[in-house]
Design a protein around this ligand. Structure first.
Ligand code: GAL
Ligand code: CA
Length: 345
C-alpha cells in the first residue's frame, strides 16, 4: 500500500511538472549558454501538432533551450504559461495559439517585455501581427489545402462512375469540419467545395459539422450520419486526417471496405496513420501538411530573433506581405506516398 502511495505521489509530481512546462536543455550540455525559447502547443493531444512539436525539438537540439508547454486547449492556461516563460527570461516566444483570436493578449505581454514572437499553425489576424513589429507567423496558405483536396475529389470522382450511387451526376457529401473560426478549417471547407463546383460537378451537402480536428468526434459524427443517410452518402470530406480516420473507423463497423462496399474519404495532413490507410486503398488521399518544415521554420525564425539577428538570417525561408512563412501543401495519393513518408524521416 505504502509503495502504491509513493508511486502515486511520484506520478502526480511528474504530471504536474509536465503541466507547468518542462525545461529541456537541448543538446549534450546543461543548456546554460543556449538561448532560451518559450514554446506553447495548443494541446499535446493533437495528432498533427505532435509532429510539429517533434520537429521543433529536433531542430532545437544543441542550439536552444526550449521551455515547452502543453496549453491543454485552454487559452487562460496559455496566457499563464506565457507570463511564466517571460519571468524565466526567454529570449523569444514560439506560440501555437489555443484561440486564434487571442493573439493581441499574447502580443501585449510580449511587447511589454520586449520579447519577439513567432506564432505558428494558428494564424493571427493581420491586424494583430501588424500591431507588433517583432511578431511573425509560420504556417501555410490555408486555402491551398482546400483547392488541392477539391481537385483530388474531382479527379477520383471522374475516374469512378460507380461512386455516383444514385446516378444523379451530383456528389452527395458529408463534411467533417475542423475548429470553427480556425483559418485552416474555414478555408479548407470553402475551397474544397468551391473547387468541385468550379469543375462543373454538382454537389449536395447532406451534413456539415465540426469534429474539432478530433478522431473520436469524427467517428461519432459519422456513426450518426450513417444511421441517418446510409448509402445516400457518396463522399466524405474531412478537414484533417484525424477526423477522416475516425469516419473510416465508423464505416468499417458498418461493413465498408470489405467486399465491394466502399466509401471515398479524403483528409488533410498526411499523418503516418493516414498513409497506412492510403496504402491499403481505404483512404482515397490526403494533402501533406508539412509538419517537419513548419516546425523547422518556426524554430529557425525564433532562434534568429532570440539571438538578435534578422528573422530570416541564414535560412532559405521567405516572408510574404503578411510577415508569414508559408510552407506549401502537396497532394498525396498511393502513387507518391513515399514523398509523405520521407517527410517524417
Ligand atoms: C491544422 C491541422 C489539424 C490540426 C490543426 C490544429 O493545420 O491540419 O490537423 O492539427 O492544424 O491547429
Ligand atoms: Ca449522386
Amino acid at each position: 500500500m505504502k509503495k502504491l502511495l509513493t508511486l502515486l505521489l511520484v506520478f502526480t509530481m511528474v504530471l504536474s511538472l509536465a503541466a507547468c512546462g518542462s525545461t529541456q536543455p537541448a543538446g549534450g550540455g546543461d543548456g546554460e549558454d543556449l538561448p532560451k525559447i518559450g514554446v506553447t502547443i495548443y494541446k499535446f493531444d493533437d495528432n498533427f501538432m505532435s509532429f510539429v512539436r517533434r520537429s521543433i525539438e529536433k531542430n532545437a537540439d544543441g542550439k536552444a533551450e526550449l521551455i515547452l508547454n502543453d496549453s491543454q486547449n485552454n487559452q487562460a492556461n496559455q496566457n499563464d504559461q506565457v507570463d511564466m516563460m517571460i519571468s524565466k527570461g526567454v529570449k523569444a516566444l514560439a506560440i501555437n495559439l489555443v484561440d486564434p483570436q487571442a493573439a493581441p493578449t499574447i502580443i501585449s505581454k510580449a511587447k511589454k517585455a520586449d520579447i519577439p514572437i513567432v506564432f505558428f499553425n494558428k494564424e493571427p489576424s493581420e491586424g494583430a501581427l501588424d500591431s507588433y513589429d517583432k511578431s511573425w507567423y509560420v504556417g501555410t496558405a490555408s486555402k491551398e489545402a482546400g483547392i488541392i483536396q477539391g481537385k483530388m475529389i474531382v479527379d477520383t470522382w471522374n475516374a469512378n462512375s460507380k461512386w455516383d450511387k444514385n446516378g444523379d451526376g451530383k456528389i452527395q457529401y458529408v463534411l467533417l469540419k475542423g475548429e470553427p473560426g480556425h483559418p485552416d478549417a474555414e478555408a479548407r471547407t470553402k475551397y474544397a467545395v468551391e473547387e468541385i463546383k468550379n469543375s462543373g460537378i454538382g454537389v449536395e451537402e447532406l451534413e456539415l459539422q465540426t469534429g474539432m480536428w478530433d478522431s473520436v468526434k469524427g467517428k461519432e459524427l459519422m456513426d450518426a450520419w450513417l444511421a441517418k443517410h446510409g448509402d445516400a452518402i457518396e463522399y466524405v470530406i474531412a478537414n484533417n486526417d484525424a477526423m477522416a480516420l475516425g469516419a473510416i473507423n465508423s464505416l468499417k463497423t458498418e461493413g465498408y471496405y470489405s467486399g465491394d462496399k466502399f466509401m471515398p474519404v479524403v483528409g488533410v495532413d498526411a499523418i503516418p496513420d493516414a498513409l497506412t490507410e492510403i496504402e491499403k486503398g481505404v483512404l482515397v488521399g490526403s494533402v501533406l501538411n508539412d509538419a517537419a518544415n513548419q516546425g523547422k521554420a518556426s524554430l529557425d525564425l525564433a532562434l534568429n530573433v532570440a539571438e538578435g539577428k534578422d528573422v530570416l538570417d541564414g535560412t532559405n525561408w521567405n516572408l510574404d506581405d503578411k510577415k508569414a512563412v508559408r510552407v506549401p501543401y502537396l497532394a498525396i495519393t498511393k502513387e507518391n506516398i513515399q514523398v509523405a513518408k520521407d517527410s517524417y524521416k
